[in-house]
Design a protein around this ligand. Structure first.
Ligand code: F6R
Length: 243
């Protein structure tokens, strides 16, 4: 695993955006696995800036997002599809029909998950997967469990995730209780993985995930077994790691 320590959030965002843009430049038809949450926002702003300057071209890029709340549609401003449209896709020349997010409006859980798995396979797998890290070690919505989950599945969100995500909703009761998420197997099959972390609040879980035992109780710990992981963090988030 490579660890890149950046001074602050902006520097971390630029470093990670550089890795993603190198991927796009080296392979204009690449498949990017993308994440939502607050950490990648600076990365997306940086990518938009480089696109606007003419340095990046998304016209042949495909994207596959990690997850979506079950029950929320693209017009709901808390859905991850809405997040991706407003924070990245609407501002670059990507073909929207080549941007994939699980269908939150599909009530049939099996159907939603199997069609997403087929989609990932049809794209030929993910070249570079961007991941944030949850406070409890979740990646995507793969919460601490007794076993590593496999491909796309429907999860019940843990109390700590509902609490952490409540900041984006009017109140905690509005946070959906279920989500569709790519599984650990789908994530681990990505050819490259870039994990981004920021802030002191992540320091403890970063240490646990990347230096502690590999256990489904800390889902991100499985990344220690992947052969191409880059952890990009700011100084506070990496403060408990000996880099
Ligand atoms: C988002 C996702 C989540 C977040 C994680 C960290 O698509 O899958 O796993 O990456 O909850 O969120 P932030 O970046 O808000 O700390």
């Amino acid at each position: 695993m490579r660890i890149i320590k950046a001074k602050d959030y902006n520097a971390m965002s630029r470093m990670a955006a550089n890795i993603i843009s190198a991927q796009i430049i080296m392979n204009s038809k690449c498949v990017l696995g993308l994440a939502t949450g607050s950490t990648p926002l600076g990365i997306y702003q940086q990518l938009i800036e480089w696109y606007t300057k003419g340095d990046l071209d998304f016209s042949e890029v495909t994207t596959i997002n990690l997850d979506e709340y079950r029950g929320l549609g693209p017009d709901n401003d808390q859905s991850y599809r809405y997040f991706m449209n407003t924070n990245l896709f609407d501002h670059v020349n990507i073909r929207k029909e080549y941007t994939y997010v699980p269908n939150g409006l599909e009530p049939d859980r099996d159907k939603a998950c199997s069609s997403y798995n087929e989609r990932i396979r049809a794209c030929g797998g993910i070249d570079l997967q961007l991941l944030g890290l949850g406070n409890n070690g979740h990646i995507g919505f793969n919460e601490p469990e007794d076993a590593f989950e496999k491909e796309t599945h429907c999860v019940k969100l843990s109390e700590s995730t509902i609490l952490a995500n409540a900041r984006f909703f009017d109140n905690q009761a509005e946070v959906p209780r279920e989500a569709y998420t790519m599984g650990i197997k789908s994530i681990m099959q990505a050819r490259k993985i870039v994990v981004v972390v920021s802030g002191e609040g992540k320091a403890e879980i970063v240490k646990k995930a990347f230096t502690g035992p590999v256990t489904p109780m800390v889902p991100a710990s499985v990344l220690q077994l992947h052969n191409d992981v880059t952890l990009v963090g700011d100084e506070p988030a990496l403060s408990l790691l000996e880099v």
